[in-house]
Design a protein around this ligand. Structure first.
Ligand code: F3S
Length: 400
C-alpha cells in the first residue's frame, strides 16, 4: 500500500504504540483487500459487544496509549443501574460493563451506547467516507445517506477511529456500490413491519449481493429503512441496498446499476413474506413479556406505542429499548409517563443480546424484530413475531 508520511509515522510508532497497532491492523486489512492507499474518515461507530474479546481488544489499545482521532459513537451494552433495580446482576456482568464503559471512555469514544447513532448523533452527509460497524448502521449509512462505509467489525472501526484512516476498498469505491440484483416486489408492503420481513426474505434468494428494489412504496419511514437494512444485513451480510426513487444513488434503475444490466432478477411475493414469517416466529400462546427496539426505537416509534397503551393496562411487562437521547425526549413529551402508567418502560443504553435479560430466559415474548428473535435463540428466549400493533394487543391480553 502507498502510505503518506504521516501514515508511515503511525506505522513506525511515531504517534505511540496504540496508534501503531491500529495502523498495522489496517495495513494488513488493506493488503487483504488490495487497497492501494488509505483515506481519511470523518465519522466512526464502534459496535462494542460488552463481551470478553471486545474488552480484551479495547483495553489492549488503551494500555498501549491509543486515543481516538475521530471519536466514535458506540453500541449499547446494558444499563447497569436500571437492571440492578429490577433484577439480579452477577458480579461478573457488573464488572464487565463497568470495564467496558471505562475502556471506551479512556480510548476517547463518545458514550452514546445506542445502535442507531445515524439517526441523531452521528449523521453523515452524502459521499462522506466513514467507518461504521453495526448491522443496521452500515446499510443505513450506505443506502439512505449515500455516505460510504465498509461492513466494519468493532475492531476495524476502532482502528479507523484511532488512526483517522481506513483502507480504500469495497463500498468506498464507486464501482462496488452499483446494484447487482433487481428485486421486483410483488408483495404488498403495507407498514414498517413488512420491511422487516422483506429484509429477511431477500437473502433467502440471494446472499452477498447488492439488491435494487422496485415496486415498493416511495415514501418509507426512517424506521422502515432501518428495519430493511437491519434484516438484510443480519440475514444475508448485505451492507447496501438501493430503492429506486428513494435512495440517493438510485434515482432511476439505470442509475442504481450504473448503466449495467442486473446479474439476476428475483421477485418477492406475499407467499415469500408469509413463508419467512412462519420460519422465524415461534408459535403463539401465553406470553410473558413484550420487547421492542432492536434496532433502537426512534421517537416516532415510541410515540406510536405510547398512543396505543394510553389509558390502558398491559397484562405483561413491556420494554422499549432506545437511546438515552430519545428516552429523554420521550420523558419530555409525556410518552414515558404514559408507558409506565400502562405497565411498560423505556430502557436506554441496552441491547437485547446482553446478560441483563437473564430473567426472561426460557420465557416467551412478542417483538416486531426478526433480528431480536434471531440473536436471542442462544439465550433460550422465545419470540412470537408480529407487527407492533398486534404485539401491543397481545401484551394487553397476555397471549397471542
Ligand atoms: Fe441494537 Fe442489539 Fe438489536 S445492538 S440492533 S439492540 S442486537
Amino acid at each position: 500500500m502507498q502510505l503518506t508520511e504521516e501514515e508511515l509515522g503511525m506505522l513506525d510508532g511515531k504517534y505511540g504504540k496504540g496508534t501503531q497497532i491500529a495502523m498495522k491492523i489496517q495495513v494488513a486489512l488493506g493488503d487483504v483487500f488490495n487497497a492501494e492507499r488509505m483515506v481519511p474518515v470523518s465519522r466512526t461507530h464502534v459496535a462494542l459487544s460488552n463481551q470478553e474479546a471486545d474488552l480484551w481488544f479495547v483495553e489492549k489499545m488503551v494500555n498501549a496509549g491509543a486515543k481516538c482521532r475521530v471519536s466514535p459513537t458506540v453500541n449499547p451494552g446494558f444499563n447497569l443501574e436500571y437492571f440492578q433495580c429490577i433484577t439480579k446482576i452477577s458480579k461478573k456482568d457488573e464488572e464487565t460493563i463497568l470495564r467496558t464503559r471505562k475502556a471506551y471512555k479512556d480510548v476517547g469514544a463518545t458514550l452514546t451506547f445506542d445502535c442507531t447513532p445515524y439517526l441523531e448523533k452521528n449523521v453523515p452527509r452524502f459521499g462522506e467516507i466513514t467507518a461504521y460497524s453495526e448491522s443496521s448502521a452500515t446499510p443505513f449509512i450506505n443506502s439512505v445517506y449515500g455516505a460510504r462505509t465498509n461492513r466494519e467489525s468493532a475492531q476495524s472501526a476502532l482502528c479507523a477511529a484511532i488512526t483517522g484512516r481506513t483502507p480504500l476498498y469495497g463500498f468506498l469505491l464507486d464501482e462496488n456500490r452499483k446494484g447487482q440484483v433487481l428485486v421486483d416486489v410483488k408483495a404488498k408492503i403495507k407498514d414498517d413491519f413488512d420491511y422487516q420481513l422483506l429484509g429477511y426474505a431477500v437473502p433467502k434468494k440471494l446472499k452477498f449481493k447488492t439488491p435494487v428494489f422496485v415496486n415498493v412504496p416511495t415514501s418509507p419511514s426512517p424506521a422502515a429503512l432501518m428495519n430493511l437494512g437491519a434484516q438484510l444485513n443480519t440475514a444475508g451480510n448485505v451492507p447496501m441496498y438501493h430503492i429506486v426513487g428513494v435512495t440517493p444513488e438510485a434515482r432511476t434503475v439505470e442509475d442504481a446499476f450504473q448503466g449495467s444490466d442486473p446479474e439476476n432478477v428475483i421477485t418477492i411475493t406475499e407467499e415469500d413474506l408469509e413463508k419467512v414469517h412462519d420460519e422465524i416466529t415461534d408459535p403463539g400462546g401465553k406470553i410473558d413479556f413484550a420487547l421492542f427496539g432492536c434496532p433502537h426505537f426512534n421517537i416516532d416509534q415510541v410515540a406510536h406505542v405510547s398512543h396505543l397503551v394510553d389509558q390502558k393496562q398491559l397484562k405483561v411487562k413491556l420494554f422499549i429499548m432506545t437511546s438515552s437521547l430519545t428516552k429523554e425526549l420521550a420523558h419530555r413529551m409525556g410518552y414515558l409517563d404514559t408507558l409506565q402508567a400502562a405497565g411498560g418502560d423505556i430502557v436506554d443504553d441496552t441491547c437485547m443480546d446482553q446478560p441483563c435479560w437473564e430473567f426472561l430466559y426460557g420465557k416467551k415474548g412478542v417483538t416486531d424484530s426478526p433480528k431480536c428473535a434471531y440473536y436471542t435463540k442462544r439465550r433460550n428466549m422465545q419470540f412470537v413475531i408480529r407487527n407492533v400493533d398486534e404485539c401491543i394487543e397481545a401484551a394487553m391480553r397476555g397471549e397471542i
